[in-house]
Design a protein around this ligand. Structure first.
Ligand code: CTP
Length: 399
């Protein structure tokens, strides 16, 4: 990345120590880095550390006498290919949202016309406070990209949303933006995964053997291609490694339906790999069912079909990919599902193929497009299958 210039803005929060890692990540990828820090930031990290890591002078004092004839905040604003504020406190967010420029960094932010990335970090109550949220919306309206924050343990001792996004992820988002790396850069992708559990009584449920692995592999592969991914998953022991994946946990088919509908409109690609229950108990017994009789009848009612509903609401430019798990008349059944649910592609798993489908690390699929084209994969690792599915998706969205 020689030739690319990053200005990292550091403000006064404990996460400032993480921006040192961010400087290193950009430097080791060949970027030129200059740092603008607030006075409060320098209570957490020192000028010496910043200058040693960035190999450039720190920009912290607006009124520093200079031998150069150019005005520092203007020249730095022009020099930068982008500005990344990490961590961004409620204070800098508020100042920038309202056009206040009273120190080196806030002045630079107003002076630059280059892309600005903001990684908020603060106490969860501060982050949730309506004024802060409003200021973040104002920054988004100005075109700033907000990265994070994450939820988790906070330095103040509480737990919630406010932890600065990890440096690795901030780096990836910015790097992808500058290089255009990733075929799905700028795209939003929603993926469903895993089984659903339909409760019978407080201790029992109807479920299935889906592990969720195929959906998790798809989520990681789409994130690696630069997409912003939302992974809506039923109960599973899996964890997702890629920080660009926003995970939403659900239990029942109805919860999965609700979560999908809430975000479907903004998605570019939706891949429904979850093994959603087709039926759910009409009533959930309020107490544990006792074995007082020799048999038990459960009355089940149909769940709402997420794929079919998304298909009926699909807007221009959206790509909808469904899965079909079949045990007989595979291609006919899958093709019927493709058309009746108005999907663009259906990924067919056949339980007849050894090593494919549920509970395995491998899969073997056939993809059928609505134009009738087919792509067949060999039996391979689900990560590799995920890349095959995304290859087909990328080819279609490029057309
Ligand atoms: N699906 C869904 N919502 C449901 C049921 C299924 O979104 N309530 C989705 C699955 O995630 C998958 C596709 O529909 O992408 C096909 O699921 P499958 O169970 O194979 O098909 P069904 O339509 O349920 O048909 P059948 O069970 O009769 O084969």
């Amino acid at each position: 990345m020689s030739g690319k210039h990053i200005v990292i803005g550091i403000t006064g929060g404990i996460a400032a120590y993480k921006s040192l890692f961010l400087i290193r990540l950009f430097k080791s990828s060949g970027y030129e880095v200059k740092v603008a820090a607030t006075r409060h930031a320098l209570e957490f990290v020192t000028q010496l550390t910043i200058e040693t890591l960035s190999q450039n002078r720190l920009y912290a004092d607006m009124f520093e006498p200079t031998l150069h004839r150019d005005v520092q905040h203007i020249s730095l604003a022009d020099w930068a290919d982008c500005v990344v504020v990490a961590p961004a406190t409620a204070n800098i967010i508020g100042k920038f949202a309202h056009g206040i420029a009273d120190d080196a960094l806030s002045t630079l932010l107003l002076a630059t016309r280059k892309p600005i990335f903001i990684a908020p970090a603060m106490n969860d109550k501060m982050f949730g406070e309506p004024t802060v949220q409003h200021n973040i919306e104002l920054l988004q309206q100005k075109g700033c990209r907000i990265i994070g924050p994450q939820s988790g343990f906070l330095a103040c001792g509480s737990t919630g949303a406010g932890r600065m996004e990890e440096p690795g992820q901030i780096f990836r988002v910015v790097h992808q933006h500058l290089t255009g790396a990733g075929r799905l850069a700028g795209k939003r992708v929603m993926i469903t995964a895993g089984p659903t559990y339909e409760p019978i009584d407080p201790v029992r449920f109807i479920g299935n053997h889906s592990s969720g692995l195929m959906g998790f592999c798809l989520a990681e592969a789409a994130a690696a291609e630069g997409a912003e991914v939302t992974l809506i998953t039923g109960p599973t022991h899996l964890s997702c490694q890629h920080p660009a994946v926003c995970r939403v946990d659900v239990t029942t088919a109805e919860q999965m339906f609700q979560e999908c509908m809430a975000i479907a409109e903004q998605q570019d690609i939706m891949i429904l790999s979850a093994a959603v229950a087709d039926f759910t108990p009409a009533q959930v017994a309020p107490e544990k069912i006792k074995k007082v009789s020799d048999s038990l009848d459960l009355h089940l009612v149909k769940t709402r079909d997420i794929l079919a509903t998304l298909g009926s609401r699909k807007r221009e430019g959206q790509l909808l990919i469904g899965f079909a798990l079949e045990t007989e008349h595979e291609i006919e059944n899958a093709t019927r599902k493709l058309h009746t649910k108005n999907a663009d592609v259906i990924v067919l798993n056949s339980l007849r193929d050894k090593g494919a489908g549920f509970g395995t690390a491998t899969n073997k699929v056939m993809m059928i497009t609505k134009e009738g084209k087919t792509f067949e994969s060999e039996l391979k690792d689900k990560h590799a299958i995920a890349n095959d599915i995304l290859d087909v998706a990328c080819t279609i969205i490029k057309q």
